[in-house]
Design a protein around this ligand. Structure first.
Ligand code: AP5
Length: 218
């Protein structure tokens, strides 16, 4: 499986990537997670990325492309990958196409997670992460106590909000999506790779929609 999950902030890319990882055993490669890890370890790259991320802007293409090249070369990506949050603009999509052509592993599909703006906003403002187990909750749609039980935080999550999930930053992120990422819909449509999925449904239903869209047997 070599796929991209494309969609606005909060459309459920990370949530669905996790379900795909569990079912198909290929890694989720999230540029957002890679960048947050760089920020957390305080590297020079992380410090540069943090300012852009906290303001809702995209991080430099050169930084992101360097990270992706390294990550795709790791052993666990040899049998496939789920790209989550990458590519984010035409420059990144062109670079990805070239990279995958060079290694003879072209994309098999690009899944567009379609969701209305109002729902996106609620999902982002309600998102909270557990500081101990990293699980993603939502104080509206999947609050603490939602199964499955956790052996790491013992179902007592210490919740934190991502700095870019503050209302004042969400607007900017959605603006950036409209201007820079949305053109990828036409780009991948032109390549015959785009599969559109209704993401406004319970998580399990969205997952089934993705499987159907990619014609993958569960
Ligand atoms: P990134 O981390 O990629 O954020 P994003 O694309 O904005 O996406 P999110 O993680 O916010 O949302 P999601 O679609 O994964 O939704 P989730 O599943 O969590 O990027 C962050 C920043 O890093 C960027 O702004 C940029 O600065 C930088 N960056 C990243 N990649 C870059 C790149 N390629 N180039 C340059 N810069 C880059 O779900 C959201 C909430 O909804 C959760 O609470 C979840 O529980 C809930 N939920 C999910 N599905 C459902 C459902 N079906 N029903 C009800 N609730 C649901």
């Amino acid at each position: 499986m070599q796929i991209v999950l494309l969609g606005a902030p909060g459309s459920g890319k990370g949530t669905q990537s996790q379900l795909l990882v569990k079912t198909y055993g290929v890694p989720q490669i999230s540029t957002g997670d890679l960048l947050r890890a760089a920020v957390a370890c305080g590297s020079a790259l992380g410090l540069r990325a943090k300012a852009a991320m906290d303001a809702g802007h995209l991080v430099d293409d050169a930084v992101v492309l360097g990270m992706i090249r390294e990550r795709l070369a790791e052993a666990d990506a040899v049998n496939g990958f789920i790209l989550d949050g990458f590519p984010r603009n035409i420059v990144q999509a062109d670079a990805l196409g070239k990279l995958l052509d060079d290694v003879g592993k072209p994309l098999q599909g690009v899944v567009l997670m379609r969701l209305d703006l109002g729902v996106l906003f609620k999902r982002l403002t309600g998102r909270r992460n557990c500081q101990d187990c990293g699980r993603v909750f939502n104080i509206i749609t999947s609050p603490p106590g939602t199964p499955p039980s956790c052996t790491i935080c013992a179902d007592m999550p210490r919740l934190e909000q991502r700095p870019d999930d503050r209302e004042e930053v969400i607007g900017k992120r959605l603006e950036v999506y409209e201007a820079q990422t949305k053109p990828l819909i036409e780009y991948y449509q032109g390549k015959g790779l785009l599969r559109v999925v209704d993401a406004d449904a319970p998580m399990a239903v969205v997952f089934a929609n993705i499987q159907r869209a990619l014609l993958i047997a569960s």
